[in-house]
Design a protein around this ligand. Structure first.
Ligand SMILES: C[S@@+](CC[C@H](N)C(=O)[O-])C[C@H]1O[C@@H](n2cnc3c(N)ncnc32)[C@H](O)[C@@H]1O
Length: 250
């Protein structure tokens, strides 16, 4: 394991979250993937939803219309910086009474006494667990907290995840954006993304060393089936660099 990868694992997410750097620097295709994960879950206003490895709560931002209708969310995040930023976001969005953020380990979901849920999302979080049994167990634990028929949206890196492909795709999406002007888009492509890519290269090393995990569709299906899910639909997302599975708890 290289020192830089070790650093990524232990502190980089927390650093980016703590200093408010995550939202402005994430590639647009990654942000659209978070949005897509929530849209794929499509919870009802009466539902209570779990966000496993919620980071700084970027998903909460994409869930704000649903929250305005009364939705309730629980986020679980290992890093202190992430959990604190996610809590701060709940206040900024004005939904602090509907969102609970627990700093804790997704390998101990049961011990965190979270109650039961009508739906769950794990957006690029379970892949960070180092061993196959841990990743499998995490999926099963999510399943144990879901009501029968509840949806689980599970997004992970694909076997072809690469920094080059992610940023090539991100630049293509950027150049077609209509929500920001061309100067802002150019700034993101030529200034922000090359810097973000440095951090992503470290992540790539972690994936190459299997400290973090790239999935095949077969593996996703196996984990979800063994975790007590059925009706599994898998699609490529994130410019082909990820998979999003949607499954139902049996
Ligand atoms: C790639 S980030 C994704 C964050 C968020 N889901 C998103 O898409 O913006 C992975 C997150 O999983 C968290 N994480 C890693 N291992 C964890 C664990 N054992 N328990 C809870 N969270 C964990 C990390 O701290 C990090 O915030």
């Amino acid at each position: 394991m290289t020192t830089s990868v070790l650093l990524t694992k232990k502190s980089a997410w927390s650093f980016f979250y703590r200093f408010g750097l995550f939202d402005p620097v994430i590639p647009i295709n990654y942000d659209l993937s978070i949005k897509g994960a929530f849209e794929a879950l499509a919870p009802k206003p009466t539902n209570r939803v779990l966000d496993v490895g919620c980071g700084n709560g970027r998903l909460f931002y994409h869930a704000r219309s649903w929250l305005a209708e009364g939705g309730r969310l629980v986020g679980v995040e290992l890093s202190k910086g992430g959990a604190e930023s996610a809590r701060y976001r709940t206040e900024q969005l004005g939904f602090a009474d509907q969102i609970t953020v627990k700093q804790g380990d997704m390998r101990q979901l049961k011990e965190l006494e979270l109650g039961v849920f009508d739906g769950a999302v794990s957006h690029f979080s379970i892949y960070m667990l180092q061993t196959q049994p841990e990743r499998q167990a995490a999926v099963k634990q999510v399943g144990n907290l879901l009501k029968p028929g509840a949806k689980f949206v599970f997004a992970v890196p694909s076997e072809t995840w690469s920094v080059r492909e992610i940023f090539a795709d991100a630049c293509q999406v950027e150049s077609k954006r209509s929500d920001i002007n061309w100067l802002h888009s150019a700034f993101r492509q030529w200034v922000v993304y090359p810097m973000t890519a440095i951090g992503f290269r470290d992540l790539e090393k972690g994936l190459d060393e299997d400290l973090f995990h790239r999935y095949t569709p077969e593996e996703i299906t196996e984990h979800l089936t063994k975790g007590g899910f059925e009706d599994i639909q898998i699609e490529r997302i994130y410019g082909g660099n990820g998979y999003r599975a949607v499954a139902r708890k049996i």
